[in-house]
Design a protein around this ligand. Structure first.
Ligand code: AP5
Length: 212
């Protein structure tokens, strides 16, 4: 299964890609996580990416396309993969098509903008990649990651004013991809639910039509 996971910022792509990854044993590749790791490591790529991410904008296409090329040609992806957050623009989708990688499905998780703002304000994350929500998916001990015991924190780009900008970026640059993939017969949509488990059920149902 070679899957693209789409959705607005905070729609639950990271949350659901973890569930799909566990169920089907295929790796999830999150361009957001890769870029944040580069920022943390203080690399040149990370320093460039930071200016765009902090401003709610997309990192330039050539940077993320280069990253994805490297991952998709690695052994880890030979039995399938989930792309979480890539492609995010038409030029990125065209670059992916030119890589000659067969995509089986594009799953879009639909959540209204008002709900997104509520979700982002309660999100807490850990440097190990784990993600929580203070009300909908709390860690066992408040402020402490269940997986590695480190302190959880609020992502800088989850500030309400940046979330609004990220939503604008999503609607103008990323949402047109739905028509792009629908025209190829690959698009499947799922309504994001208030409970994470309910969304997971719908996601699994939607994906069951594909041979995995
Ligand atoms: P990225 O990290 O990909 O951010 P995003 O797309 O904005 O998505 P998020 O990670 O914020 O949210 P999510 O959909 O994964 O939701 P989550 O599961 O965490 O990218 C960050 C930045 O990097 C971008 O803004 C851009 O600058 C840059 N970038 C990345 N890829 C790029 C690309 N291809 N090209 C250019 N630039 C790129 O859930 C959110 C919260 O809600 C959590 O707290 C969760 O617990 C909770 N939650 C989830 N599901 C539910 C539910 N059903 N009910 C209640 N709560 C829920």
């Amino acid at each position: 299964m070679n899957l693209i996971l789409m959705g607005a910022p905070g729609a639950g792509k990271g949350t659901q890609s973890e569930k799909i990854s566990e169920k089907w044993g295929i790796p999830a590749i999150s361009t957001g996580d890769i870029l944040r790791a580069a920022i943390k490591a203080g690399t040149a790529l990370g320093n460039t990416a930071k200016t765009y991410i902090d401003d709610g904008k997309l990192v330039p296409d050539e940077i993320v396309i280069g990253i994805i090329k490297e991952y998709l040609t690695s052994d880890a992806c030979k039995n399938g993969f989930i792309l979480d957050g890539f492609p995010r623009s038409i030029p990125q989708a065209e670059a992916l098509a030119a890589m000659d990688v067969k995509i089986d499905a594009v799953l879009s998780i639909e959540v209204a903008d008002e709900k997104i703002v509520e979700r982002m304000s309660g999100r807490r994350v850990c440097t190990c990649g784990a993600s929580y929500h203070v009300a909908f998916n709390p860690s066992k001990v408040e402020g402490v990651c269940d997986k590695c015991g480190a302190e959880t924190y609020i992502r800088k780009d989850d500030a309400p004013e940046t979330v609004i900008k990220r939503l604008e970026t999503y609607h103008t640059q990323t949402e047109p991809l739905k028509a792009f993939y629908e025209a190829k017969g690959l698009l499947v949509t799922v309504e994001g639910q208030d409970e994470i488990a309910d969304t997971t059920r719908l996601v699994f149902e939607a994906l069951s039509q594909f041979s995995v």
